[in-house]
Design a protein. Structure first.
Length: 314
């Protein structure tokens, strides 16, 4: 059976994925599936760099604004919903375009990861959450470093949900979370992949990140987070631990100044961009394009030419 086509555009934050994906989608009669672990949340627009209706330029976007900030959402949930989106888009004779910087989301769809079926242990999870509240996230992260150092290297110390998940797997199964992840990887792919990665010189990317952070502040990021708190959303939610949100929450709590928050957001975002590069560079299916050297227009043309050529010959 012929595989369904799936166009994929990845790269680090602030490299220009959104603009290029939209221009490609316009030319190829495609619809965009967002592969961003923060843009799934409603009411969190500025800090997630979510494209506005005007910026979407009439291109239908999927997997944006699909849950509230206090709802749980897993990689498996994303995979299932993204697959449904792909079926729907292909069924309407359009091309699905998966675009984003959350590597695990991208790979779960592209390589058809399988996920554990063992039941969640809510009692254990609650115990671990209470330990985090009492002793801090670092306490649980230290536990993970001892039980599964490979997993700890891949998980940010502030990502409490993933830390708890990894510890749950270790404790419940007796196997490491990292070994379990390896078993789920690279299952038989469902799609005919057209994968492109966007890059820029490091100095230029870091400048764009700094400018984006300042733009978020000028556009009302502080006010957005105040509104979320007024709506009753707790600062302890996983959604509120995202880049930009946790730093501004510390500012609102009086722990740091606004200038310090801006510095930390910019610094942590640069670190995140570096980790994104490391993740995607491991995938040999990705064709890389330097947006700075080639220019946005040329990158769009090259992607369209490659996709149309391959589709014509398939």
């Amino acid at each position: 059976m012929q595989k369904k086509p799936l166009l994929v555009i990845v790269g680090p934050t602030a490299v220009g994925k959104t603009e290029i994906a939209i221009e490609v989608a316009k030319k190829l009669n495609a619809e965009i599936i967002s592969a961003d672990s923060m843009q799934i949340y409603r009411y969190m627009d500025i800090g997630t760099a979510k494209p506005s209706r005007a910026e979407q330029k009439g291109i239908k976007h999927h997997m944006i604004d699909i849950i509230n900030p206090d709802q749980e959402f897993s990689v498996a949930d994303f995979q299932a919903m993204a697959k449904q989106c792909i079926e729907d888009i292909v069924g309407r004779h359009k091309i699905p375009l998966l675009s984003g910087g959350t590597g695990l989301y991208v790979n779960a769809v592209c390589y058809n990861y399988t996920f554990s079926e063992f039941e969640k242990d809510e009692v254990l999870r609650e115990q671990l959450k209470n330990q985090a509240l009492k002793y801090g996230n670092e306490f649980l992260y230290g536990k993970l470093e001892k039980l599964d150092p490979d997993a700890a290297r891949k998980i940010h110390p502030n990502n409490l949900r993933r830390i708890i998940r990894a510890l749950e797997v270790c404790i419940k199964t007796g196997s490491t979370f990292s070994s379990y992840e390896e078993k789920t990887k690279r299952q038989r792919g469902l799609y005919d992949l057209f994968m492109f990665g966007l890059t820029r010189p490091r100095d230029e990317l870091y400048r764009r990140i700094n400018e984006r952070v300042q733009h978020m502040i000028n556009s009302g990021l502080v006010e957005e987070i105040k509104k979320l708190l007024d709506m009753g959303y707790s600062r302890n939610l996983n959604s509120m631990q995202g880049l930009g949100y946790r730093q501004i929450l510390d500012y609102l709590d009086g722990k740091i100044t606004l200038e310090e928050a801006i510095f930390l957001i910019s610094r942590d975002t640069r670190h995140y961009a570096k980790r994104q590069y490391t993740w995607f560079l491991r995938d040999k299916n990705i064709v890389w394009m330097d947006v700075s050297r080639e220019g946005m227009k040329k990158v769009v043309e090259n992607i369209i030419k490659a996709v149309e050529g391959k589709l014509k010959n398939s």
